[in-house]
Design a protein. Sequence first.
Length: 560
Amino acid sequence: MKSKSTYLTILLFFIGLIVMHSQTFYKGADASYVNEIESCAGQVYKENGQLKDFYSILADNNANIVRFRLWHTPENEWSGYLDVKNAISRAKAKGLSVLLDFHYSDTWADPENQCTPAAWTHLSNDYPALATELYNYTHSVLSDLKQSGLSPEFVQVGNETNGGMCYNNCTVEWPNTWEKQTLLYNAGISACRDVDPDIKIILHQADPQHTEWWVSELFAYDVIDFDIVGVSFYPCYHGDDIETFQNTITNIKSDYNKDVMVVETSAPWTDGWNDDQNNVSNCVPQRYRSMGRKPTPEICSQWCIDLANAIYESGGLGLIYWGGEWIASGIEGCPSYGTSGGSTWENQALFDFENNLLPTGGINFMQLHYGPTNTDGPDNFSLISPAGSVATYSITYDWNDAGNADYYTLLVAEDPNFSSLIVNQSNITQSNYTIDNVSPNTTYYWKVIASNSLGDTESDILSFTTRKRLKSGQLELVEIEEPICNIYPNPIKDGICKVQFESEIVGSVRISNSAGLMLIHKEINNQDFVSIDCSDLQKGLYLIQIISSNINITETVVID
């Protein structure tokens, strides 16, 4: 018979596990090549044999984070700021959190190669001036993203900086030049804090065997004000000792009060190839040799699942797959790394050689729920009738916030059994979502699932029917009366948008960007006129939505 103290120990363990994971467990992939590959090869990624948006594939398979590398001034546009900004916009439109990885280089940065951006090489021996340049660059990038409503949730200050960063001859020097590196790390950290204190800051090194030593070095040289230790853990390079890595996570959390996230991993799913470029790895991790002597999708999947579970169980923050998008296009110079249109990584991508998502491969760890499912999930919540008449042929769904929810999933179908989903959008962090391409004269059924690491709570089901107004061709809900209001001026030239109503109303005005991200929310309290300050928004196309008991309308406005 177990003693009372034994039961108490077991209870405290599970309580500790629940507290440890009151935050979201992140699972996703790096997607830095997607824009470049699609620019030269077109839409290539498939799921179940059908072409599909890459970010929709991630979101629909329960990923909740995507990672992008940023180079200072690359030889071409790819992985430069405008490319990355576009990629972030695409990812956020699908409800994915973003990890922005500053390489502080014009090209690849890794444990052996850390090339100073060409624009900074004249400062190589002036460490304070170099740190100031790094601060200004980081601050400028993050400020522009914030102004555009695209702030990343996570920022890496450097990529695989085992030996530091910004060497003019590109080669990392040992021992580490801490007089220089302390200034650089803290400059990047300060820029993040100054732009957006909510951003979680990651410092990143490769090889889990040396992670604890590396963190001790950071603290010894006064690099302390960061949130997460990022690790590259590839079984073909770093071994497959998951159990020791669990101890590393536990020690870092207890000794340094830092979270741990594996920001890069992958494993081969075949030893075959689909191009003329040599692949960098064909290994089978030692622990899976009983599953076969050659790489398979199932072995790749098992590595990712086992690693993710181990990270979760030891209190880690998440796992990101690297190179999952790096297929071989077969088109010369596509992508620009290499010249044959090939990939050194297509045997580790999330897709087979026909560019179809491997259902038994690396994607599987993203589909899984990490942590216990119990009654401590999100609180009950309710849906709100969707916003009505929309000139842009889109509908905005609203629901009341659920207590303790980390994210929501929106399901929309044309049948009450949801047997054929029109929308299956997960990882929504706000309590509203806009979809496009609404059809006229159609009844839609919808529900929302609120989730956290402890469970899910499902809403009731609502339905609504759209109809087509013959005069204007706009779509509206049958429940909504013809809205009477005037939005002016359009375009908005002085930064002020004005809305005049026929009579006093109670409701709200929301302004969102073209990706559906709400930027401004203003309440209307028994008013027949409201003025909205848009001076902080950049020039471009926006959606203005007015909601009240008898007005539901969304219109397009231009800020000039």
